[in-house]
Design a protein around this ligand. Structure first.
Ligand code: CA
Length: 256
């Protein structure tokens, strides 16, 4: 909340959060192989989220939905007065607690989820928090940048110089997450927190997108049309390329 003097009266202004008016579209598709869609997503005023549930059967679906709801609640209530690190740490901690509660309720200790969240703070700055192998990309000035690093074994091998980025796309380590929000894991993994700088189109996605499409294809489809056309085209392309996993995207136009 901010306060301002107008005439002789003190009035209180509730932040509107710049991103509330930005064009954004969320899309998810079960794909061509899986029976269930374990991904979840949300596009709310100036808060956007993607979660990729793990654990099979209903577990993944419940975990991703619980994480999104808890993170959304926390970011909504905290973003006016917390730093990005504080807000995102609290949101991911709340999401993890929600997954733990759901795991106990369903007696499914192995359920879990990834989470990537973006929000606009009271100063109009956009932030991304990420845990797991869901990603944030930013298309700006003709270039596609992957803002996040996958929390999986293949990415660790790339960072250590053992395999290349291209080899990681087919390496079995891509399916071995090193961090996620798991019901029976009490460890605290803070999310990676990344600012979004400048104007461009932000993409949040589950790995069902980037495992089917090369970054060059993602760049081409992300750059083309409005956010709804772009989101639809990205999901359609991943499904047409095989659709071996659930596919989820949120596209957001950031005015910078
Ligand atoms: Ca997935």
């Amino acid at each position: 909340m901010t306060e301002a003097m107008i005439g002789a009266r003190m009035i209180t202004v509730t932040e509107r959060f710049d991103g509330a008016g930005w064009p954004a579209t969320a899309r998810t598709d079960v794909g061509r192989v899986r029976a269930n869609n374990e991904d979840a997503c949300a596009a709310e005023p100036a808060i956007w989220l993607v979660a990729d549930g793990l654990g099979g059967h209903a577990g993944g679906e419940l975990a991703s939905a619980a994480a999104i709801a808890a993170a959304l609640r926390t970011i909504t209530s905290r973003r006016a007065d917390g730093s990005a690190t504080e807000v995102l740490n609290e949101a991911f901690a709340a999401a993890h607690e929600a997954v733990r509660v759901e795991g106990r309720r369903q007696d499914m200790a192995s359920m879990g989820t990834t989470l990537v969240a973006a929000y606009v703070d009271a100063g109009g700055r956009t932030w991304v928090g990420c845990l797991g192998d869901s990603r944030a990309y930013f298309w700006s000035g003709g270039d596609l940048e992957q803002l996040t690093t996958d929390d999986n074994y293949a990415a660790d091998l790339v960072a250590a110089g053992v395999i290349t980025h291209t080899e990681a796309r087919t390496h079995p380590g891509q399916f071995m997450l090193t961090k996620a929000l798991i019901a029976d894991d009490n460890a605290w993994y803070p999310p990676a927190v990344v600012p979004v700088v400048g104007a461009g189109r932000l993409l949040l996605c589950s790995d069902g997108l980037n495992s089917e499409l090369a970054d060059s294809e993602i760049a081409h489809l992300l750059a083309d049309g409005d956010v709804t056309q772009s989101a639809d085209a990205l999901v359609r392309a991943a499904v047409n390329a095989g659709g071996r996993d659930n596919v989820t995207v949120v596209c957001i136009d950031v005015p910078g």
